[in-house]
Design a binder for this molecule. Structure first.
Ligand code: SF4
Length: 148
């Protein structure tokens, strides 16, 4: 039986994957023109502030943000060359900093929250927020409830 590497809850990741979390992604599009638009937003130069903000606004409302971020951190831990663009509401450099702050490549949700707090990345509203939101990334976003 597999275990979610971040939550360590049995089969959470497998269950989410089975239900194809990406089908619920706020950035999911099917029209080719809109797909190109999304690509331009999410996989653009991280210094293009306007596009970054537009992409992160979508992430803030995304119901699968945690699954998206977990997936990115896992994938990028073994393949750093895939670290590009915005995933899970975070820019590539923020995900890199976040990963570097984790105790291991397989960390639980609390580890991720702690590392984010230390960096001033306002990630998860269920944990104490920094007095001043950090410069890095998006403000509060909903977090998927833990699997029962
Ligand atoms: S968190 Fe952002 S990048 Fe990830 S699926 Fe949702 S909208 Fe797309």
């Amino acid at each position: 039986m597999s275990t979610d590497p971040f939550t360590k809850e049995p089969d959470r990741w497998a269950v989410e994957a089975r239900h194809r979390w990406w089908d619920r992604a706020a950035c999911l599009r099917t029209d080719p023109d809109e797909v190109r638009e999304m690509d331009a937003l999410f996989f653009t130069n991280g210094n293009d502030k306007e596009r970054v903000e537009q992409a992160q606004a979508l992430c803030r409302e995304c119901p699968v943000r945690w699954a998206c971020l977990s997936s990115a951190l896992i994938e990028e831990a073994s393949r750093p060359s895939t670290r590009f663009g915005i995933r899970g509401g975070l820019r590539a450099r923020s995900r890199k900093a976040l990963a570097a702050g984790l105790p291991g490549t397989r960390s639980d949700r609390e580890d991720v929250a702690e590392a984010a707090r230390a960096l001033g990345i306002f990630l998860i509203p269920a944990v104490p927020e920094p007095a001043t939101p950090g410069p890095h990334d998006v403000p509060a976003a909903p977090v998927l409830p833990r699997a029962a």
